[in-house]
Design a protein around this ligand. Structure first.
Ligand code: NAP
Length: 251
């Protein structure tokens, strides 16, 4: 792989300010991409990622916006292009949330919010980004599902449905835009050490580790490495793929 396979390519990473998204933002910038680091609530975290990228000699800018809002999704694509004075090349639709509970206790509001952010948000940013990419007849999109979207998990009916939807959306969009030179792929992480999984207690953590052949939780960098590959020209013949990065948990 080239040392800087994404040189100069304007890239928006939704939820790029924390956890997996922060690692993706930093990896892509190290690979030469100009990165829009999206956040919605925590400006300080986004600024810290931008500062780290800049200190390492890369280019990044913080981009505010809630992916579940169609207008905001369009605006964050525009703002990324304006910040770098160039057309969008890549999108990583990473932003996601959980509102876990047993089905009898999941409120309609918790159902709606998880679907709106995880599935609706992926749709809104992919729609806005693909409009730009279609004009240029090039581009690459990576969506973020989960081992839970492939195999389900108790206490996560809303999250599983949203992440299963992301997989279906990825395949449908890959078929729709492939002839125009745009690739769309999906990463399905297993359990990765971030604030999202910090809430797991030791018992659950032990069960997960016992079920993971590689015997550890993943690190955000494990996902970032895969995203970098999928966006790069090394993956030029890869589209519609659902790539599990889960230490073997989903086998
Ligand atoms: P995280 O640490 O909780 O970070 C979530 C990121 O998404 C933050 O940057 C947050 O920004 C942003 N975000 C949340 N709601 C948003 C919205 N409505 N609009 C725009 N940005 C929003 O999560 P993570 O663990 O890194 O997870 C990242 C992705 O990987 C998610 O899609 C998640 O479902 C998926 N995933 C994670 C794991 C895991 O084990 N961690 C496993 C499988 C899949 P603010 O700080 O501004 O809110």
């Amino acid at each position: 792989m080239a040392e800087r396979p994404l040189e100069g390519r304007v890239t928006l990473v939704t939820g790029g300010s924390r956890g997996i998204g922060a690692a993706i933002s930093q990896q892509l910038a190290a690979a030469g991409a100009k990165v829009g680091v999206n956040y919605t609530a925590n400006r300080e975290a986004a600024d810290a990622v931008v500062a780290a990228i800049t200190a390492a000699g890369g280019e990044a800018v913080a981009i505010h916006g809630d992916v579940s809002d169609p207008e905001a999704a369009g605006a964050m694509v525009d703002a990324t292009e304006e910040a770098f004075g160039d057309d969008l090349w890549n999108l990583v639709a990473n932003a996601g949330i959980t509102r876990d509970n047993l089905i009898s206790r999941i409120t309609p509001e918790d159902w709606d919010r998880v679907i709106d952010v995880n599935l609706g948000g992926t749709f809104h940013v992919a729609r806005a980004a693909s409009r730009k990419m279609l004009r240029k007849k090039r581009g690459s999109i990576v969506t973020m599902s989960s081992v839970v979207g492939l195999h389900g998990n108790l206490g996560q009916t809303n999250y599983a449905a949203s992440k299963g939807g992301v997989i279906a959306l990825t395949k449908a969009l890959a078929k729709e835009v492939g002839s125009r030179g745009i690739r769309v792929n999906c990463v399905a992480p297993g359990y990765i050490s971030t604030e999202l999984t910090d809430v797991l207690n030791d018992e659950i953590r032990g069960i997960l580790l016992a079920q993971t052949p590689l015997g550890r939780l993943g690190e955000p960098e494990d996902i970032a490495n895969t995203v970098r590959f999928l966006l790069s020209d090394d993956a030029a013949f890869v589209t519609g793929a659902i790539l599990s990065v889960d230490g073997g948990l989903g086998m």
